[in-house]
Design a protein around this ligand. Structure first.
Ligand code: SAM
Ligand code: SF4
Length: 329
């Protein structure tokens, strides 16, 4: 098992497949992009599958989510999914993507065994999309969502970050639209993980703001705590259910005490938290010929050092060097 000194057990592994991206969301990356990881530093497909195999067979990992950067940019994605879903015990697999290119690959991903997708979509307005992501690809994301639904990568979830003055007024419209299309909508509070270090608490849309806006048009009833489990999203039944809307309030209502995650970056570093300032190098161990037991030991040791919380409210909080896109969101 992956257990920490606070008794939390990690069963959910987030794997970043690349730090590159074809969008430039303002809350994530600067317009010019970033200094991408060098190819030799990236884990190969075989190395990724081996590490996930160790996590599943020896460390109790039950769920694997592929992310990035933009994971659809990883050429070997379908093959990786195929090999991971053939592992014993078979983990539940999902993908977090901006949806560009999903139209082309959704069926192949389903065929390879992928269970679900989360598609990030912040706005229903193509012009706002262009301002927010600095790319004119709104239609591609909508096509990707539809393809995921048609391929059976369900429930299709939509992740939305609201930004003041840009899309903050769209919360009720996004909910009505998601209900109509059968997508599960989850709002995510903007976190201090942008590469530009421009995040300001005063400049973010809070869970409270989002719920107030939604209640102008919908009746929301909170879901019970037992139904939430270790899920980061708090959920509300909309108009009596069965549809539920989620809010991930990482900043204003952190859920660190119930965290069940461990993370692997595209260059083979284990991180115990998005906000961790330390990493454990598994790539070096892999490439120096360490056996599976040694890799598992290093991973357990990393988990043992997991901090109690992200510490966003702590005056000593320091934003991690790696931005979200290089950690894997
Ligand atoms: N490129 C893929 C995508 O956008 O879905 C996967 C990686 S992206 C880093 C994963 C999720 O993190 C997206 O839903 C995105 O909106 C979210 N995200 C990125 N930067 C964020 C930030 N500063 N605060 C909160 N969420 C953020
Ligand atoms: Fe790319 Fe996702 Fe970051 Fe947007 S949030 S720039 S799609 S990695």
């Amino acid at each position: 098992m992956l257990i920490d000194t606070y008794g939390r057990v990690a069963t959910d592994l987030r794997v970043s497949l690349t730090d590159r991206c074809n969008l430039r969301c303002t809350y994530c990356m600067p317009e010019e992009g970033l200094q991408w990881l060098a190819k030799p530093d990236l884990l190969t497909d075989d190395e990724i599958v081996r590490l996930i195999g160790i996590a599943v067979a020896s460390l109790g990992i039950e769920e694997v989510r592929f992310t990035g950067g933009e994971p659809l940019l990883r050429p070997g994605l379908v093959g990786i999914v195929e090999r991971v879903t053939a592992l014993e015990p078979r983990p539940v697999t999902s993908l977090t993507t901006n949806g560009i290119g999903l139209k082309r690959t959704a069926a192949a991903l389903k065929e390879a065994g992928l269970d679900r997708v989360n598609v990030s979509l912040d706005t229903l307005r193509p012009d706002v999309f262009k301002t927010l992501t600095r790319r004119d690809r709104h239609g591609d994301v909508l096509d990707g969502l539809r393809a995921a639904q048609d391929a059976g990568l369900t429930p299709v979830k939509v992740n939305t970050v609201l930004m003041p003055g840009l899309n903050a007024d769209e919360a009720p419209d996004l909910l009505a639209w998601s209900m109509e299309h059968g997508y599960e909508l989850r709002f995510i509070e903007q976190m201090p993980l942008d590469a530009q270090h421009g995040w300001k608490r005063e400049g973010m849309v809070t869970a409270g703001d989002i719920l107030t806006a939604l209640r102008t048009r919908f009746d929301l009833t909170p879901e019970g705590a037992e139904e939430r489990g270790s899920a980061p999203a708090e959920r509300w039944l909309v108009n009596g259910g069965p549809y539920r809307v989620g809010v991930i309030a990482s900043v204003t209502r952190p859920f660190c005490a119930a965290c069940d995650r461990t993370r692997l970056t595209a260059d083979g570093q284990v991180r115990t938290c998005l906000f961790a300032t330390e990493e454990t190098d598994l790539r070096g161990a892999l490439r120096s010929g360490a056996p599976d037991e040694e890799i598992a030991r290093l991973w357990r040791q990393a988990m043992w050092g997991k901090k109690a919380g992200a510490g966003l409210d702590d005056p000593s909080f320091v934003q991690p060097d790696r931005p979200m896109s290089a950690i894997g969101g």
